[in-house]
Design a protein around this ligand. Structure first.
Ligand code: AMP
Length: 287
């Protein structure tokens, strides 16, 4: 294995090799920034690597399509995979370690231990994707313990996930800083997502409705004078009229507890999930 800390991207596939590579950088006095991903990388992922570089960390990106966070009817087998393309993007971005373990390396033998974060998983995607956040919290715990970074970077694009991870790290006294990074969007406003490649050209045009409605609701409820329920009901209807098949939720929540709000009085987030053909889109904005 090439253990050089001088340059380039080192690809590792085992926990032992990951720890060795991280230790080499630590011996050289460097701090470590972990970027957990499921691959099919885009500019959103790259922004997390840049976040690590901006803080002076050695970026370590994990690529693992985690089966335990997909429901039985979800897109685990269809989830886009492009390892060589991902490595090229990471190299270009200045990432130093790519950790791409096999399923057996990640879950050797029978796993009897899981991590559950209660409360903030009760709403939004929680009940719609049973077991999802437990799968996420467990795999992220494992990745953090495997890499032992100083910081880990997550996108606000998956806002509930970010809050779950922040809460998990706080509640379990894990010695890692969790950094939330702004959502990277296409020029027209659509949030970048690995799942966007499922969409047809027509769906891609319709998908923009979600961002437009999020902006509209955020503007409407910002000063606390208008009811959140009224604004989000109108937005849901607009999405259905605009071609979305199912609006799973469109709501305004407290930015930390994720509890639904009737009026905005402090930090809040407008957040939505909806289905367009076979694609499930999620997005959110600060109010
Ligand atoms: P994923 O590969 O979809 O599991 O995402 C890996 C990480 O990238 C998560 O922390 C996501 O929130 C983040 N991410 C995904 N899309 C974006 C985006 N458009 N902007 C910023 N971060 C993103």
């Amino acid at each position: 294995m090439n253990t050089s800390t001088d340059q380039g991207l080192l690809v590792v596939r085992t926990v032992a090799d990951l720890r060795r590579a991280v230790a080499d950088f630590r011996r050289a006095g460097r701090t470590i920034g972990l970027v957990p991903t499921m691959g099919a990388l885009h500019e959103g992922h790259v922004s997390l690597v840049k976040g690590a570089l901006d803080r002076g960390d050695v970026p370590v990106t994990s690529i693992f399509v985690n089966p335990t966070q997909f429901g039985p009817k979800e897109d685990f087998s269809a989830y886009p995979r492009d390892e060589e393309g991902d490595f090229a993007k990471l190299r270009e971005a200045g990432c130093r370690i790519a950790y791409a373990p096999t399923k057996d390396e990640m879950y050797p033998g029978e796993q009897l231990t899981t991590v559950t974060v209660a409360g903030i998983t009760d709403g939004l995607c929680g009940p719609l994707r049973p077991g999802h956040f437990q799968g996420v919290a467990t795999v992220v715990s494992k990745l953090l313990l495997m890499a032992m970074p100083d910081r880990a970077f997550f996108g606000e694009k998956d806002y509930q996930q970010l809050q779950v991870i922040k809460r998990m790290v706080r509640d379990l006294s894990m010695p890692f800083e969790i950094v939330g990074m702004p959502t990277v969007r296409e020029k027209d406003g659509l949030a970048m997502s690995s799942r966007n490649r499922y969409m047809s050209a027509d769906e891609r045009t319709q998908a923009l409705g979600m961002y437009r409605q999020l902006v509209k609701v955020a503007d409407t409820v910002r000063d606390g004078k208008k009811s959140c329920a009224e604004a989000t009901a109108a937005a849901s209807q607009a999405l259905r009229d605009g071609g979305f098949d199912i609006v799973e939720y469109f709501t305004v929540v407290d930015a930390e507890s994720l509890k639904p709000l009737e009026r905005v009085a402090g930090p809040a987030r407008v957040i939505a999930a909806a289905r367009l053909g076979r694609t499930r889109l999620i997005d959110n904005l600060a109010v």
